[in-house]
Design a protein around this ligand. Structure first.
Ligand code: FES
Ligand SMILES: [Fe+2]
Length: 346
């Protein structure tokens, strides 16, 4: 499978990394990660250039990694610093080093050309540091599914009524059309359900007694980040789109890390503009989302299984697929652009 490489992917939440080795497979590349003594996360190719033992089976010598087979030792930049039994270091004795960057409790890894690793491209949102908002990390959810299928689901408000009938949706939204727009490498898909009973989530969370206006804005940043803005406000307020922040608003963030053609890790978290000072609110919201994401997992893994089977005709496409169509087109363009650069370099 082809992947977009010049991109910051999530290697993990900051809490996943410590002194010991953590291993990860990202874009089919096996990587060993650890925190150096200065706190930065080092990410190296997990394969000794001598006889290919994973370096993660070796041990740390200070900030360096010593291979567990014959002791070749590598610095944090991936260069070999010691070959036991000889003085000289062969020039081929190095492992790939991946740039990393930590922000807001998330460790990002750059999978492309090292000189293109620009930290200003790391995903950010002003709500992370806004005192009117609280952030709460969820967990790493593994999907036995291609990341493209997971992304389709993350720009698809139409599935909510059917897959999440008791948590994030209700039947009132089944026939409400969705609006999909492309902005550069991002797709925005949205819909409003006006004057309808609050869904389970906002019954638990908004204290709404009457009908609400409810929105979903899916912002899918190709290839692998989705920020889903959903919320509700008292119908009497008749809030327009740009004032929805006056209602109760949640951003559910999904950071997809493609493992291989049939597996994706989705690290999710959320930001909220309600109950900001309530220390239990984050986990209670996570519990509701966890239930919904388990519903998505069942669907996506079944879809992946069926997709791998032979079929005799192409899939049907319908109006609600507009967002996913934009997304797939953007990914194809990004892949083509990377290929062009690679071909030119050759
Ligand atoms: S395989 Fe690593 S030192 Fe020999
Ligand atoms: Fe879903």
């Amino acid at each position: 499978m082809e992947y977009i490489r010049n991109h910051w992917y999530v290697a993990g939440f900051a809490s996943e990394f410590g002194e010991g080795f953590t291993t990860a497979t990202i874009l089919e590349e096996e990587i060993v990660l650890y925190r150096a003594s200065d706190g930065t996360v080092v990410a190296l190719e997990d394969r000794c250039p001598h006889r290919a033992l994973p370096l993660s089976m070796g041990k740390r010598i200070g900030d360096q990694v010593q291979c567990g087979y014959h002791g070749l030792t590598f610095g944090t930049d991936g260069h070999c610093v010691r070959v036991p039994g000889q003085r000289s270091i062969p020039p081929q004795a190095w492992v790939r080093r991946y740039p990393t960057h930590e922000r807001h409790g998330i460790v990002w890894i750059w999978m492309g050309a090292e000189d293109a690793a620009d930290t200003s491209l790391v995903f950010d949102m002003p709500e992370f540091t806004d005192p009117g908002w609280a952030a709460h990390q969820g967990e790493a959810l593994a999907f036995e599914s291609n990341y493209l299928n997971v992304a389709d689901n993350l720009c698809d408000p139409a599935h909510v009524s059917f897959v999440h009938p008791t948590t994030l949706g209700n039947p009132d939204s089944e026939d409400v059309p969705v609006r999909a727009r492309r902005h550069g490498q991002m797709v925005e898909i949205s819909r409003w359900i006006r004057d309808s009973a609050p869904i389970g989530f906002f019954q638990a969370y908004g204290g709404f007694s009457g009908n609400v206006d409810r929105w979903h804005y899916y912002y899918l940043h190709a290839p692998c980040i989705a920020a889903i803005d959903f919320g509700s406000a008292d119908t009497a307020l008749a809030l327009p789109e740009e004032r929805r922040g006056e209602g109760i608003q949640i951003h559910a963030l999904h950071f997809m890390t493609p493992v291989n053609a049939t597996r994706t890790i989705d690290r999710w978290m959320h930001l909220r503009n309600t109950a900001v000072d309530d220390p239990t609110a984050g986990e209670r919201i996570s519990d509701l989302l966890r239930k919904a994401f388990a519903e998505d997992k069942a669907i996506l893994e079944a879809v992946q299984r069926k997709e791998l089977q032979p079929r005799d005709r192409p899939p049907v496409r319908v109006a609600i697929d507009a967002g996913a169509n934009h997304y797939r087109r953007i990914v194809a363009e990004m892949l083509a652009a990377e290929q062009e650069v690679a071909t030119a370099a050759e």
